[in-house]
Design a protein around this ligand. Structure first.
Ligand SMILES: NC(=O)C1=CN([C@@H]2O[C@H](COP(=O)(O)OP(=O)(O)OC[C@H]3O[C@@H](n4cnc5c(N)ncnc54)[C@H](OP(=O)(O)O)[C@@H]3O)[C@@H](O)[C@H]2O)C=CC1
Ligand SMILES: CC(C)(CO)C(=O)C(=O)O
Length: 303
């Protein structure tokens, strides 16, 4: 299967790099600056699972002229519209698009652009970042990708995708309920990103500073919204999320918080603003979520 990875950053570079290193046919759609960096130093992964350096196959949007079997979409939400325009020539009648972005808004946008058929569900769990040299640095051992047909069907094509993804040096999983998993991940991530950005610390730091009640209430607000929208998390999922989000000493942060710390653009609209808006439409009040959205809007204006 020919795989086009759109975005050779923290997630696309990591999972695409592992796929390429395992012998899969992977090409990265990149822009000129990243292309030059990768041509000069290779695609470099620094990881608790072992470092990798490889010379990846690269393509610029201007040279993309034929469909791929799989498009793995791994850009930030604020680069999404431009990336979709760039990748469009890679989408043919049999292409599967696997988005790894956080949130849900991109799914509707992909369907609006390409139709229902090519768009699968997808998510990834990893704590990754790019360092000053453009290396992909994995900060914890978790490296998981899940994907599936959005209606849960076990189709021939999803089995082919599964065969390509499995055994490539990360945890790959075909999910029979990927849409719910994406909502579940959004619930956890919106809460984690929201509390870290609002209170400027990791979970452990927030707890140490006396923020337990804020965490609990933030999670309750987000859970109330996703439940009102018809995507209620299972009790065990919610319990597990609350456990992680209130664990003393927990060093977990989110990619959005790491971006905030660097003074970079944040995916506030996609991860928090969209959730707040959807909640308002179904009449759920979420003052803490609203505070986080407001605070990041001020940050984004100044950044
Ligand atoms: N980082 C993490 O730990 C996690 C991130 N996520 C989610 O994954 C998604 C991707 O995030 P992440 O990988 O961290 O983002 P990064 O910023 O690290 O990487 C995004 C990459 O996309 C590239 N890009 C943007 N637009 C285009 C385009 N038009 N054509 C080609 N390349 C393009 C950028 O390249 P350029 O250099 O040209 O700007 C950049 O290298 C986000 O939604 C995030 O929330 C999910 C789980 C964990
Ligand atoms: C869930 C988490 C924290 C790790 O995958 C994430 O998605 C992020 O940091 O953006």
């Amino acid at each position: 299967m020919r795989v086009l990875v759109v975005g050779a950053g923290s997630t696309g570079g990591y999972f695409g790099g592992r796929l390429a290193h395992s012998g899969r046919d992977v090409t990265f759609l990149v822009r000129p600056v990243r292309a030059a960096q990768l041509q000069a130093g290779g695609l470099r992964i620094v990881s608790p699972h072992g470092d990798v350096t490889l010379q990846p196959k690269l393509v610029l949007a201007s040279d993309l002229d034929a469909p791929f079997d799989v498009v793995l979409l791994a850009v930030k939400s604020f680069g999404f519209d431009a990336a979709v325009a760039d990748l469009a020539p890679a989408v043919g009648p049999h292409t599967m698009i696997v988005p790894l972005l956080n949130g849900m808004r991109h799914v509707d946008a992909l369907v609006a652009r390409f139709g229902e058929q090519p768009v699968l569900g997808g998510l990834c769990k990893i704590a990754g970042d790019l360092d000053g040299e453009g290396r992909i640095v994995q900060m914890t051992p978790t490296h998981e990708v899940a994907y599936g047909e959005r209606d849960g069907t076990r189709s021939d094509r999803i089995e082919r995708l599964d065969a390509t993804m499995r055994g490539a040096g990360f945890d790959a999983r075909l999910s029979p309920a990927i849409e719910q998993e994406m909502w579940d991940k959004w619930l956890v991530l919106a809460t984690l990103g929201g509390i870290c950005c609002l209170m400027r610390g990791s979970v452990g730091e927030i707890l140490q500073a006396g923020g337990r009640e804020v965490i609990d209430r933030f999670l309750d607000e987000v859970a109330a919204i996703v439940t009102a929208l018809g995507h209620a998390p299972k009790p065990a999922l919610l319990q597990g999320a609350r456990g992680m989000l209130t664990r003393q000493g927990e060093i977990q942060t989110s990619s959005m918080y790491r971006d905030l710390q660097k003074g970079a653009a944040v995916e506030a609209d996609q991860i928090l603003g969209d959730l707040l808006e959807r909640g308002q439409k179904v009449g759920v009040q979420a003052p803490l979520l609203h505070a986080a959205v407001t605070q990041l809007a001020i940050y984004s204006k100044a950044a």
